[in-house]
Design a protein around this ligand. Sequence first.
Ligand code: DLL
Length: 436
Amino acid sequence: MNAPVWNPAVEFMEREALERLQLANLRMTVAQALKTPFYQRRLAEVGLTGPEDLASLRDLHHLPYTTKDDLREAYPYGLLAVDREQAVRLHTSSGTTGMPTVIYHTRRDLDGWTELVARCIAATGATARDVFQNMTNYGLFTGGLGLHYGAERVGMLVIPASSGNTSRQIQLMKNFGVTVVHATPSYLLHLHSALAAEGVSLDQLRLQKAFIGAEPHSEQTRRKIEELFRIKAYNSYGLSEMNGPGVAFECLHQTGLHLWEDAYLLEIIDPRRLQPCAEEETGEIVLTTLQRQATPLLRYRTRDLSHLVSGHCPCGRSHRRLARIKGRSDDMLIINGVNLFPSQIEEVLMKTPEVSTNYLIQIEKRGAMDRLAVKTEIDARLFTGNPRALDDLRERISELLRSAILVKPVVELHEPGSLPVSEGKAKRVVDLRPAF
Ligand code: DLL
């Protein structure tokens, strides 16, 4: 063992024992799911009458998938598997892309979630000696309360700052000697660009670590955050349907995100054929809850794309690792017939030294053709009145993008602070093409 750890018995469990535990928990989950009319119907359709029909983990493939649309249809109470009195909290999705979805928790569910988040935090080496500022929204969004209770369980001094009010965030960090923060990567980049205006230098802060997640970001963005703040930034993956944060997290070694396999059964499938992907092949993450009472979910299709990292992590944990999320199967862009992901554009931008911290991708229809514009803020010092230098930079970025995504975009260079900023998840793509 070469790592700080919260629950060694589970985190270093031998694979065989872990799989036995998964099977027992899967059976419990199916029994629990059968308490909802939704799953009674779904499981009857595939001829499954009870948990005893699952002889091994391989039988998972007989279970039906669950989709976001299923959750929407079951809204508000259709997937509640316990008596209303046993549920003590609910979280809903924002509903910005349609009807909201809801997840209920019993006391035991909340305790289990808190333990998972505590595990994640401890795996990065954070301890009760740390002062932790949680910069994500407290409320229905799971990043606020999820991290909050996990951090308290670790024993950190928690500052529940919530999102927004950048000037206050910076003052809190400075006044309380904050050592660890939690935020979306886009917000942290924004916060860095606000430090100077607040008259605060890095030397006045005690920051050592950031937990970043809730939105796709590239390795280059992580490095940029690490360099700008001179800290370590750990990737955190989760989704409201699987509690929220605490599903998968990087440990000290930053070699992929350990997915807690005692709590979630992981599959990676080809989203078209609905068949398992080969080892290390990129596909859609499908998750089954293994410990939840109030809202058990079977084979939930996350739409998130990733692949498994092969080999063993030096930390010694037996829980497998997901590679950084590449994007969502539904945020793939098709530009004049070429498929690409916004993350490919971000990767190029963030390794271009002149580019600062904010960018926006805009797509429009021009006649029959799609027009891709990449708007990016650059270092203020480059606006020297020499248009030639800016033209060269614009052309260089455009060419770098063309070789990465096979489409040559129109690149626009903007001064820092001129593109819209979000306090939570960044909205990086504006698609103005008419919907058919
Ligand atoms: O974003 C939960 C969360 C809060 C995770 C705080 C991490 C930190 P939702 O609002 O339901 O829940 O959004 C979930 O966000 O399906 C992914 O598409 C995306 N996402 C979350 N974490 C990452 C990440 C929370 N580390 C959706 N990298 C997921 C890339 C991420 N995408």
